[in-house]
Design a protein around this ligand. Structure first.
Ligand code: ZN
Length: 287
């Protein structure tokens, strides 16, 4: 299947690099192959002096359904080149040692690296942006979404306090974050805009045009000025506690995984892609 041979595509349009997740048959579920391909694409865009702005997109009807917890291409037990060397590789480890190693590298660590890319990034979001998909949108500087976009973090259903990159209280405010997490509900684009979680909501047909136009506008600013400005806002966000908060919540997250493994079937509380989707359907009365 072609969508499995190239899980991420890379295209340069003038000053804009468009990095596209390409597993549309699986709603762009993020497996490790995709994670490392995204990392390589971001490095390429950073190193290309002609590229001023990076757009992160998802091919097909949906931006991303989250981390791959059940497609045929799930590859959590495959060893990839551990470029970031944030921790040792997880493959030959067991229990909490394995989970902590894997999630430090491919989830929290990679997301933090991508947030700190010295060029402006824009997430272009349509359809589903769920759990791990939120992490990919949140690490981008701006989020432009179409009116059919919807967002949710349903992992509390697994007994886990949110996804690994715990930005919720900072990207939508603490009260919205609690409703978002406590209910696991899907929230639409206009609600996300009201919370300040996204910059713009546009009609589905205009999503690409509006996003590229915004990227091109930003690209006219001086590159080093943009890099320093991005760093300035990120530093301010970290001074609002985001980085330290995430570190402390990462401990709770792993305590929840360990608790699940200790008392139940597995670290995900016995949930998989199908049961998670079924629960969401029941909750919302929609497909
Ligand atoms: Zn986890």
């Amino acid at each position: 299947m072609s969508s499995e041979t190239e899980v991420v595509t890379y295209e340069v349009r003038g000053p804009v690099a468009v990095i596209t997740m390409n597993r549309p048959d699986f709603r762009n579920a993020q497996n490790s192959k995709m994670t490392y391909a995204l990392d390589a694409a971001f490095v390429r865009a950073v190193e290309d002096a002609e590229v001023k702005v990076i757009v992160l997109a998802g091919n097909g009807k949906h931006f991303s359904a989250g981390h791959d917890i059940g497609t045929p291409g799930r590859d959590h037990d495959v060893r990839y080149e551990n470029k970031a060397a944030l921790w040792w590789d997880h493959v030959d480890r067991a229990g909490g040692d394995q989970r902590f190693a894997r999630e430090t590298e491919v989830y929290l660590g990679m997301c933090r690296r991508w947030r700190e890319i010295p060029k402006p990034t824009i997430a272009m979001v349509q359809g589903a942006c769920i759990a791990g998909g939120l992490m990919l949108a949140w690490v981008c500087d701006l989020i432009v979404c179409s009116d059919d976009a919807f967002f949710s973090d349903p992992v509390v259903r697994m007994g886990i306090p949110g996804v690994e990159y715990f930005a919720h209280p900072w990207v939508m405010g603490p009260r919205a974050a609690k409703e978002f997490l406590f209910t696991g509900d899907r929230f639409g684009a206009s609600q996300a805009k009201e919370w300040g979680m996204v910059n713009r909501v546009v009609p589905r047909d205009d999503l690409e045009g509006e996003t590229i136009a915004l990227a091109e506008k930003i690209a006219t600013m001086p590159q080093f000025g943009l890099a320093l400005t991005k760093k300035a806002v990120n530093q301010a966000e970290d001074l609002m506690g985001m980085r330290a908060g995430m570190d402390s919540v990462f401990g709770l997250h792993h305590f929840a995984h360990a608790h699940n493994a200790e008392v139940g079937a597995d670290s995900l509380g016995g949930m998989n892609a199908k049961t998670m989707k079924g629960a969401a359907t029941e909750q919302n009365g929609s497909k």
